[in-house]
Design a protein around this ligand. Sequence first.
Ligand SMILES: C[S@@+](CC[C@H](N)C(=O)[O-])C[C@H]1O[C@@H](n2cnc3c(N)ncnc32)[C@H](O)[C@@H]1O
Length: 293
Amino acid sequence: MLKEANSSIDKKRARASFDRAVATYDEHAALQRMVVDNMVESLEVIRVAPKIILDVGAGTGYCASSLEKLYPRARVVLLDLSPSMLTYASSKDTRWRSHRSYLCGDAESLPIADRSVDFLFSSLTFQWCSDLDGVFSECRRVLKPEGLLIFSSLGPDTLHELREAWSAVDLSPHVNQFIDMHDVGDAMIRAGFASPILECERTILKYGDVFGVMEDLRGIGAVNALRERRRGLFTPSKIKQMSEHYEKRRQNDKLPATYEVVYGHAWCPSRDDRAQDGSTVATFPLKEIKRRE
Ligand SMILES: C[S@@+](CC[C@H](N)C(=O)[O-])C[C@H]1O[C@@H](n2cnc3c(N)ncnc32)[C@H](O)[C@@H]1O
């Protein structure tokens, strides 16, 4: 089960790292903003008027600001594991009348009442959770009947270049594990989302050297948070070895770093019954999201 497959995130370390990254996050988060923009654009075709939106893993507040432009009447609840992210997001919201609330909490155990949210948004956060079944069952619990869940996460091809370069150096895991889109869809069905829609998109960022890749990751707080990671600092010779392996991928004077972004959405069933076993997961472009009649 997924709990086993991805049970390896050290949450204390992840939280501390996101806390530390507050000041550098926005500078290094071009990909993260692009993903949010794609998600928000896909929402423009859906006619909904949510009263309560929950943004899970709200970070520095970019998603909340985008959602507020689209739904100016909605109350947006920004939830994050990192208290510093929330403090920072709130310091940037200087409006006199703000419809926002801030909640420090964990996506795997949402501090929110059952059936209280019209729309749950989450960008690039679920991959930081150990128990994806738990996450989707929490999403389902807090959403009202016919509420909308829309999220993005990362698939297994993400940072495969860095993972492979490190694997040539030693056997310890250096890059977080990411779950396949089909397994994500299965977890959604188990949680009771009837017809989840998933799409996967590869983006390849180009860097001058491997240190640029690592600097961006550190800048957004995305450190190796695997429980079974190797502790302690790396010797310069190991880093050099890893860099030499990564260098074999150099093309047109640049090094690639792949991000496999998984986009998903689903409506909560109007009745509170769970999906039957054997449901299938549809796969088609994010642009084609439509409100089911
Ligand atoms: C990559 S950032 C994405 C932030 C924002 N959604 C964006 O797109 O810019 C991931 C965020 O998820 C938060 N996070 C990580 N694990 C979490 C968890 N289990 N529950 C809630 N938030 C979590 C981190 O603190 C961080 O702010």
